[in-house]
Design a protein. Structure first.
Length: 158
């Protein structure tokens, strides 16, 4: 994929992520466009990694939801390094708050294809009508008690 195509695709996803949708995302299936930032355990945000993606919440009863998501992660505004991060989490809800955990994996897009091992993704957040705020931590399974990757997103439902 040419660099120009990746830039256009990323900008479209980012624009959709920051514009609220028309519906209120309160049904049995909620879909959110989301954007956010990522850092390591130093919390320095250097380099600045930002993400844009889509997240769905399949509700099972009042207290449980299954949430697949797909994010594009870009290093600052250098489109030579782009990661694709699919994830699947199971979440438990209490009123508007939720917590959950699941699996994620990073894939590097570009001339060389690279993938890491599966990792644990733990997150929590707040769901309001049409908006989802979330913070998360990604920990490789072989380094469960070592520093992790941290991130936060805001999603707009449609």
């Amino acid at each position: 994929m040419k660099k120009r195509n990746l830039i256009v695709l990323s900008l479209i996803v980012l624009i959709i992520a920051i514009i609220p949708g028309r519906a209120s995302a309160i049904g049995p299936l909620d879909i959110y466009f989301q954007g956010g930032v990522i850092t390591d355990d130093s919390m320095s945000f250097s380099p600045l990694l930002w993400s844009a993606g889509i997240n769905a919440d399949f509700k099972f009863g009042e207290m449980m939801m299954l949430s697949p998501e797909l994010n594009i992660i870009i290093n600052e505004f250098d489109f030579d390094f782009i990661l694709l991060e699919p994830a699947l989490t199971i979440n438990f809800r209490l009123a508007n708050f939720f917590v959950g955990a699941g699996l994620t994996k990073f894939f590097e897009l570009g001339d060389d294809f690279w993938a890491n091992k599966f990792s644990l993704k733990v997150h929590g957040g707040l769901k309001l009508i049409g908006i989802k705020l979330r913070v998360y931590m990604i920990i490789p399974f072989d380094e469960l008690f070592k520093p992790a990757i941290y991130g936060g997103t805001i999603g707009f439902g449609f």
